[in-house]
Design a protein around this ligand. Structure first.
Ligand SMILES: Cc1cc2nc3c(=O)[nH]c(=O)nc-3n(C[C@H](O)[C@H](O)[C@H](O)COP(=O)(O)OP(=O)(O)OC[C@H]3O[C@@H](n4cnc5c(N)ncnc54)[C@H](O)[C@@H]3O)c2cc1C
Length: 465
């Protein structure tokens, strides 16, 4: 167990205090425990100092303190890293959570967004204009970390990944210098940050292209009993084979959650659901989704016209901060029978009310960007698996973890790539697998140019050597 009692260089700290606009929080200070906590309650790490930055100038000062003291530097935006790579024992934690600036230009369809912004916050600012940054599916997720790994979500099949809509970034380098990166300026760095995570610097601000979405969409889940999973998965596979780009779906296996919209008799029963979002005219969505709604014997149908904002918050109750989470992930090429059968088998074994499988339909615009144009390497994946072995507290966590490991192992023959933002702490070879050999070598070259000492190493690390 770490003690968080590393001795800080007092002179260096005093210099930082003199120029810092945000808050500096140390062990023993009020708020220390609140600020070191992240979304995953199974992570309990004690940084030596938390620098809650108010802006890019504070980030520059914090990086220079890290240089001067030799403290390892962890970076946190939304704190949703599954393996907790946004907080580290005895480290300097550069916390960007206060940096909430959002500026939307609805005429140019461009938004500038600071690193501490969460998905629900950017949607709140863009949806009044019927616009969105294509991003993820739980409102409390940080837009920064999500973007730096790629960014998959409800409108990606129509508009591409979050990185496909990124126009520029402001970055603080390992030397504490400010640089801008875009297609025109520092193009190698701009390539690297579109999937290479926080390996090259701290991104303080992002500029995104906005796309038209909603504000009303035809969306939501249709549920069946888990015993129907083999047939539902086969129907689902065949039905989406020629789906339009407007349609995005996520297959979900879990126990029916205890929510007001779920009939009492269904709560706690094992179910399979297909959640959909049609990013186009509602009438077209109703037509496209009719086969799903009428397949077999659904036990609950919540797929209907609704505000995109409401749909974006749909999964929030099932992924609350502080619960214990363990995630395994892989991509597969298709939902062939072997894959469907493993899903059905492990679906029947779900015990915890908060354990789930999310099976993401890929393709569409994501797949039309050529391999290598960005570091995100799973563009030809058929489906991305997010296997979540979760419990509300530490009690029972071990068993859920074993379920997730067993599920992932059973899928091994079908693994292709893996999405870097869904990786756990799985070692260098897995990070390499997430990118593929050619992209990995190119990422290392960018790392050598911008961070040759591996100053930014508390992440899904791309070592320079
Ligand atoms: C509930 C939940 C739902 C999710 N849903 C989706 C989804 O729909 N789509 C999807 O693509 N992913 C999803 N993810 C995965 C998500 O993209 C990653 O967990 C992502 O890292 C979260 O970003 P964050 O800012 O919250 O992360 P943090 O935990 O703050 O950081 C994650 C990593 O990124 C680095 N980092 C963060 N900010 C910066 C920065 N500004 N500059 C440099 N490095 C930085 C950190 O050092 C750390 O290594 C989800 C995760 C969770 C927990």
């Amino acid at each position: 167990m770490a003690t968080a009692e590393v001795t800080l260089d007092q002179a260096a700290l005093a210099d930082l205090e003199a120029s810092f606009r945000g808050d500096l929080v140390r062990p023993g200070d009020a708020g220390y425990d609140d600020h070191r906590r992240i979304w995953n309650g199974s992570i309990d790490r004690r940084p030596a100092l938390i620098a809650r930055c108010a802006g890019a100038a504070d980030v520059m000062s914090a990086v220079r303190l890290g240089r001067r003291t030799g403290l390892p530097v962890a970076v946190r935006s939304g704190g949703h890293s599954f393996p907790g790579l946004s907080v580290w024992d005895d480290a300097l934690l550069v916390d960007l959570g206060r940096m909430k600036g959002i500026s939307v230009d609805p005429e140019r369809r461009v938004a500038r967004v600071q690193a501490g912004v969460l998905l629900g916050e950017i949607d709140h600012e863009t949806q009044p204009f019927g616009l969105a940054v294509p991003a993820g599916i739980v409102t409390s997720t940080g837009l920064a970390g999500l973007t730096l790994g790629g960014g998959i979500g409800w409108v990606m099949r129509k508009y591409g990944l979050t990185i496909d809509n990124l126009l520029s970034v402001d970055v603080i380098t390992a030397e504490g210098e400010w640089v801008k990166a875009s297609a025109e300026e520092n193009a190698d760095l701009f390539w690297g940050v579109r999937g290479g995570g926080g390996n090259f610097g701290i991104v303080t601000e992002f500029e995104f292209r906005l796309v038209p979405v909603g504000p009303t969409v035809m969306a939501g889940p249709v549920f069946w009993e888990m015993k129907d999973a083999p047939e539902v998965l086969r129907f689902y596979r065949d039905w989406i084979a020629d789906a339009p780009d407007e349609l995005m779906t996520i297959g979900v296996l879990r126990r029916a959650p205890d929510l007001p919209v779920v009939p009492r008799e269904l709560v706690g029963r094992q179910v399979i659901a297909v959640a959909a979002c049609y990013c186009g005219a509602v009438e077209d969505g109703e037509r496209v989704l009719q086969p799903l709604k009428s397949f077999g014997s659904p036990v609950l149908d919540l797929c209907m016209p609704k505000p995109f904002l409401a749909h974006q918050a749909m999964f929030d109750p099932g992924f609350q901060a502080g619960w214990w989470y363990y995630v395994r992930s892989c991509d597969v090429a298709s939902l062939e029978d072997g894959v469907a059968d493993v899903c059905a088998e492990y679906g029947e074994r779900i015990e915890s009310p908060v354990t789930s499988l999310a099976l993401w339909q890929m393709g569409g615009a994501v797949a039309r960007v050529p391999h290598g144009e960005t570091p995100f390497a799973g563009r030809d994946a058929g489906f991305t698996f997010n296997i979540n072995g979760n419990s509300k507290t530490g009690e029972g966590f071990e068993a859920e973890r074993e379920w997730a490991r067993g599920f992932w192992d059973a899928l091994r023959p079908f693994h292709t790539s893996v999405y870097v933002n869904f990786l756990g702490e799985e070692g260098e070879e897995r990070v390499r697998q997430a990118y593929g050999a050619d992209v990995w070598d190119r990422l290392k070259a960018v790392k050598r140019r911008y961070d040759p000492d591996n100053f930014f190493r508390i992440n899904q690390n791309i070592p320079p050597g």
